[in-house]
Design a protein around this ligand. Structure first.
Ligand SMILES: Nc1ncnc2c1ncn2[C@@H]1O[C@H](COP(=O)(O)OP(=O)(O)OP(=O)(O)O)[C@@H](O)[C@H]1O
Ligand SMILES: [Mg+2]
Length: 395
């Protein structure tokens, strides 16, 4: 079928034609937005789950929902680097840069005192990480109070900028939403600081909502950072149930007057393990294989085979190639359990090595985001289907 009209979109963060199975989180977020507008600030949202399950897409949806209510939003990805090989950008810088546009959008001649104060504070925040650059908002802030978000102490500065900006938003009947993707990449100090700033926000009812997305280790990471993070609103983003998985494929087709044979639908759902990324990939290939306006079982079978090849050469291979020879051996030793976790001691004994000697390898694999620790002394793949992929590799 016409590939130009293909509605399926495999790829990191790409908005699916049908976003299914996430209604509960979206609904809670709506409630939180409305409550914040009435001066009751709910605890941060934490979306955690495996690679390709749909965290970024959901986080982006939450941002759009906030924007639809006129809110100021800042969405950022922790750990994004300045370029290959160089250091990660700090949370301070990422947040500062993400706030510039929403703030400039609200600049107007008759802006209120609280908004001008927020601008002045934002300028000082900018200066705290960028000594040479400065922002121009096109308004005279010389006589305005504010500033002071450049003490260099992360907690003080973040608290100040979040407070001043969100209180300025309140004057417009809106709030500020801060959405942080790949939050497991935050440095420990950044995570602790975020946790305590969100706590202050909830305590004093600043109209600001936070949402964090990251790997399954994220709740544990928060728990270790601050005890009151146990009150955060955790959503485990999981693979879809059968009905939603079918709908993720069927709805975009229906909207384009294309139909899936039910056996074809069942085949793709089964082959995908109901993981959103794989559904999109297989759906895309099955569509391209089909002629006419019906996707048959034959198209689906061929589509899955082609899709699998694309995943092997892209999605999986990109991650596999990031591992050193020793790290690959470690991951191979994890394979018998498939996607379920395995004890690090078991891995060590399979490699005829000690847990201690493998510590750095394990840490590197966690750092690279290839594995995580679902429990103390246990490791598991962050990517669904990784074990099967490794079994298919010769090197
Ligand atoms: N609820 C959903 N319904 C249908 N398709 C979805 C859904 N969520 C995500 N997808 C699709 O799955 C793919 C992966 O989504 P996304 O990048 O958000 O995953 P992720 O969890 O952020 O992955 P990673 O951990 O690698 O960043 C995209 O192609 C997206 O279109
Ligand atoms: Mg993502």
């Amino acid at each position: 079928m016409d590939p130009v009209r293909n509605p399926y979109v495999p790829g990191a963060g790409r908005k699916p034609a049908a976003l299914v199975g996430r209604d509960a989180t979206i609904k809670s977020w709506h409630v939180a937005l409305e409550r914040a507008e009435r001066s009751v600030t709910d605890q941060p949202f934490v979306l955690y789950g495996l690679r390709g399950v749909g965290k970024t897409v959901l986080l982006t949806q939450l941002r759009h929902d906030a924007e639809a209510r006129g809110w100021m939003t800042a969405q950022l990805e922790a750990g994004s680097s300045r370029g290959s090989g160089s250091a990660n950008k700090s949370l301070r810088m990422l947040l500062g840069e993400a706030l510039y546009e929403p703030l400039s959008d609200l600049v107007r001649p008759n802006a209120g005192a609280r908004f001008l104060k927020a601008l002045k504070t934002a300028l000082s925040f900018k200066a705290s990480y960028d000594a040479t650059g400065t922002w121009t908002f096109g308004v005279d802030l010389s006589g305005t109070p504010g500033g002071g978000a450049d003490s260099g102490i992360l907690d003080t500065d973040l608290r100040k900028i979040i407070k001043d900006v969100s209180l300025a938003a309140r004057d417009d009947g809106i709030g500020l939403a801060v959405l942080i993707d790949e939050a497991q990449e935050l440095a420990e100090e950044e995570l602790t600081t975020m946790a305590s700033v969100t706590q202050a926000a909830a305590q004093d009812n600043w109209p600001v909502l936070f949402a964090f997305a990251g790997l399954p280790s994220l709740p544990q990471t928060f728990a270790e950072a601050k005890s009151y993070s146990e009150r955060f609103q955790y959503s485990h983003i999981e693979r879809l149930d059968e009905q939603d998985a079918e709908e993720a494929l069927a709805k975009p087709a229906r909207d384009a007057d294309v139909e899936w044979e039910s056996s074809a639908l069942a085949h793709v759902v089964e082959a995908s393990g109901r993981y959103p990324y794989f559904l999109q990939q297989f759906g895309q290939e099955a569509w391209n294989c089909a002629n006419g306006t019906v996707i048959t079982l034959q198209d689906a079978t061929l589509g899955v085979a082609k899709g699998q090849q694309l995943l092997d050469n892209g999605f999986f291979r990109a991650r596999w190639d990031r591992a050193t020879a020793k790290e690959k051996r470690y991951m191979r030793a994890m394979c018998p359990e498939g996607d379920a976790g395995v004890g690090s001691s078991e891995v060590a004994s399979r490699m005829e090595a000690t847990i201690n000697s493998l510590g750095p390898t394990r840490a590197q694999l966690i750092h690279k985001g290839l594995i995580y620790a679902p429990d103390h002394g246990v490791v598991a793949f962050t990517v669904p289907g990784m074990a099967d992929f490794i079994a298919r590799q010769v090197d």
